[in-house]
Ligand binder design. Structure first.
Ligand SMILES: C[S@@+](CC[C@H](N)C(=O)[O-])C[C@H]1O[C@@H](n2cnc3c(N)ncnc32)[C@H](O)[C@@H]1O
Length: 305
């Protein structure tokens, strides 16, 4: 537990497991995240390996873990591909990743070579990520590389600056000032998989804080969840079935696309595209199950002009 009494995000681990499970398996040539598995601990890699091998375990609890990782893999593939493409198309010298969790972009996107990255996250989650990076640095590179000196994932971004912020309590602007972010220079903002965990007031306050540091030429890529009775029921069912992953991280705000667009417009950000994950999955040509989380998950790109 962190000083604020809250543990590191478990959903951040789940989405990392989803990316690790999908690496080399889903949407080849469009999706790849070879770094994700390196941020996972041995017990977290087990369901990933099972999903990759398509061998569901027999125990009920194990099976629930397996199904969560499998479902998550389906969701994170279109989400990651869409976001990576949006970032590549709107690169600036500064990329701020809000609620970064176990995001691997600073370690896997060579296009970030001339970009400074700020990874903003809750202190407990950030501490956990840094511990995982250190652990990855002290393990052999892989089964065929046992004799090689230990080496952690190497950042490919120009720099990575870890910035602790609890969106419910802290002032984002003050934290970014202290971390050397330049508000007068264009910034690409990424906010993936975080909005549902914040209240409407916290979402509004965060948009206000980032907009205050957003000059023309900047962009915001935001992934959020639209209201859906089926997705809500599915999440409830997972909790009832005993998934401890989502238990401590309830959804607090869902946004209709028009409400999200209106909020961003209030702060000078114009939505250029806003697609459901299901539509994005179809563009990948992969057969996507009609999961409600794919239907209600969205990626919007907004620009400041
Ligand atoms: C589902 S994870 C997504 C992580 C990452 N963006 C990704 O897509 O892989 C949710 C993230 O939101 C962060 N988060 C949730 N509430 C937060 C808060 N009040 N302040 C800061 N970060 C928060 C968690 O720490 C976690 O890293």
């Amino acid at each position: 537990m962190s000083e604020s009494g809250r543990g590191a995000s478990r959903t951040a681990v789940l989405v990392c497991q989803g990316r690790a499970a999908a690496n080399g398996r889903a949407a080849p040539g469009q999706f790849a995240d070879p770094v994700a598995v390196r941020l996972l601990r041995a017990e977290e890699r087990r369901p990933v390996d099972e999903v990759r091998a398509n061998t569901p375990p027999s125990g009920w609890r194990e099976r629930t873990g397996y199904e969560s990782v499998r479902a998550c893999a389906e969701v994170v593939v279109p989400r990651t591909v869409a976001i990576d493409e949006a970032l590549r198309a709107r690169l600036t010298d500064q990329l701020v990743i809000l609620g970064a969790g176990l995001d691997t972009r600073a370690w896997r996107l060579p296009e970030l070579a001339r970009t400074d990255v700020w990874e903003v996250d809750h202190p407990a989650s950030q501490q956990d990520k840094r511990a995982r990076l250190a652990e990855a640095a002290s393990e052999p590179g892989g089964p065929d590389e046992r004799d090689r000196p230990a080496e952690g994932p190497t950042a490919v971004a120009r720099s990575v600056r870890f910035t602790s912020v609890d969106f419910a309590v802290d002032d984002l602007g003050t934290a970014l000032d202290a971390a050397g972010h330049d508000p007068s220079s264009p910034t690409t903002w990424l906010w993936e998989g975080v909005v549902p965990y914040l209240t409407r007031a916290e979402v509004r306050a965060t948009v206000g804080a980032l907009a205050a540091r957003t000059v023309p030429g900047s962009a915001l890529v935001v992934n959020y969840q639209a209201p859906s009775a089926r997705a809500k029921a599915g999440r409830l069912l997972t909790r009832v079935l005993g998934s401890s992953v989502t238990a401590g991280e309830p959804w607090r705000s869902l946004w209709k696309p028009e409400r999200m667009a209106a909020l961003l417009a209030e702060y000078g950000l114009r939505v250029m595209s806003d697609d459901s994950l299901l539509a994005l999955a179809h563009t990948l040509g992969a057969p996507a199950e009609e999961r409600s989380s794919l239907r209600s998950g969205r990626v919007a790109v907004a620009e400041s002009r």
